[in-house]
Design a binder for this molecule. Sequence first.
Ligand SMILES: [Zn+2]
Length: 107
Amino acid sequence: MRTCSLCGKKKKTVPLDMEDPVFGAYVRLMRKLKLSKHSGDLGICKNCMKMYLLMKRTHNSKIVLYSVAAAISAIVYFYFTGNIFFSIIIGIFIVSWSVFSYCPPLR
Ligand SMILES: [Zn+2]
């Protein structure tokens, strides 16, 4: 028995893979930035699994959106300034913001 990281109820939970290159890195980053409210291992109960998978899918589509926004901003910036270096920086900056929208309740 463990506390579900989403609903907070004590239930049988499926542990989340902290070694996952995306999810594990996300959780570690959030903890480093002190944006995390969880400290131990994360687990999801059966009831919340559907919501978790939905959030994951939503985030995947958000990454695409952010990437498009980043590309457009970089191109526009380059068009007006001709500075390729800062165009790339701006692009990376915008894409990195998508990280913060990854499963907020699991921070
Ligand atoms: Zn739950």
